[in-house]
Design a binder for this molecule. Sequence first.
Ligand SMILES: [Zn+2]
Length: 278
Amino acid sequence: MPELPDLVYIVERLRPALLGRRIVDASVGNPTVLRILVPGDFRELLAGDTFRTLERRGPFLRFSLDRHDLVMHLMLAGRVRVVPAGEKPLAARRFALDLEDGTRFEYGDEKNMGKVYLCEPGRFEAIPGFLTQGVDLTGPDFDREVFHRLIAKERRQARVFLMDQTKLSAVGNAYADEILFSARIHPKAPCSRLSPHEKDAFYTAIREVLAWGISEVAEAGKPTEEKVRDHMRVRNRAGSPCPVCGTTIRKAGVLGFDSFFCPGCQKPKTEQFIDWSR
Ligand SMILES: [Zn+2]
């Protein structure tokens, strides 16, 4: 659920609330999400430790403390926030860290699909997907040339390529749909069938749609535990008219994931698709 623009916002909001603050106590409700990769008890390991840095790496949040790293992958339903310790607990709270200034860091997760790793500083080998992330899509390394190199030998469907985090770090379902819509590329179009112009549009759309998402989420200014999706143009809008051409937005499965697109703006490249005009 939290995607790259949401995580950018969470990092910006949590940094001033956490960095330099010492943890005085920790409590665990349901430990399903916890992966403790060092010997010891979660509470004892964290009490007395201080938050030093917070960085995003693809879909992961990495909190560096003096003695440990805390790495989170929020998956579908993980939520985090920092509030005064007296507040009503976050729904489906899995653990909480009490800070010296009287605030509390909380992690909630209705689906228990998120993962929270506690490891020695810099020891990320045991965290699936952490070290294999591809180029950061918001960073300076992701330029047009790098994108063209990545897509050059690619034969998979555009949406599958776009969501391959070992190549592009990292796009989730909602922004994948928005990026392809903006680029006017059908989600199932094989990358090998895209023209140079379409590949260029693909790159531009990744940059522009993510920047747009980041600014929309920042502007909404919601609490960090709430998701912001009102600005979506095709995601979860099946049956509504396309905001560009008026064609009805459709939903299709791409490798088991729901994908939303406009059949008018995003024409298929092969004959294996349902002909919506019939
Ligand atoms: Zn359209």
